[in-house]
Design a protein around this ligand. Sequence first.
Ligand SMILES: [Zn+2]
Length: 311
Amino acid sequence: MKKQLAVMLASIVLLAAKAQTNIAKTQTAVPIEMLFPQGKTKALILSFDDGRAEDRQLVQLMNKYGLVGTFHLNSNKLSTNGYLDKAEIKSLFKGHEVSVHSFNHPSLSRLSKIDIVYEIVEDRKELERLMGYPVRGMAYPFGNTNEQVIDAIKGLGIEYARTVGDTYNFSVPTDFLKWQPTIHLFGKTNYIPNDTANDRKELAQFYKLIDDFINTKELVLLDVWGHSWEMGNTQTKWDETERCFKLLANNSAIYYAKQIELVDYIQAFNNLKFSVEKTMVYNPSAITVFFKKNEKVYSVAGGMTINVTNE
Ligand SMILES: [Zn+2]
């Protein structure tokens, strides 16, 4: 009887151990890490607001270095003094993204809901007429937003909305309607008039961030925002812009993204359908998605299902 009990106990222990091994073999706890297109680990967004005439010089400089921009425009200001002409934006922003910045550039948090809707929908409609594609993103005028504004823009076809709440880090946003960029172009250089000591400090911090972005091995997004009118007709500021663009250009580790492209890519990654054991994955989108599991890089084309090994 005693011996029988001992055998029974031993087999229970054995079964438990076997169950343990099975648990250890499952991959449900193994993290799947997103990579950017082509398995890249760096993404760069450059976005500029207001559509002022100086955008012409900026776009020329970006094109020279093969950089991609996102331009947030107020369509009711286009073709007025100091702004771009409506007739030129389609050819000027070829290869770049045009996005909403509201019709008239008001502070949206001061408006009633119906006026917020008007400002967004009118701008979207006019930009779509001018560009010939669905315009799906925006930047808040003055970076100004609150819950009422966010509530009003939901349902208007806006898939991301950028604030000016700089993070000074490289994290990938999760709440696209409260999108926080990394840093203003050149940080807060020129923010306090005639304070050269502060300008030097801000500029050094800005270039330190660029350096960190280029040298890190982590998955990083650098999102720089600004205005071409800040450079105005000051040659030294344009030279500084060119210096910055040179540092960021022609880097095979960087995914140069329109902001909406990055949004589409992240959505496609988030929509991957993994099996329970994470040994199979189906990609229902039309975008090839790259990810990493156990340090191994995988890509799954749109509409395909692939096997993911368990080693
Ligand atoms: Zn603005």
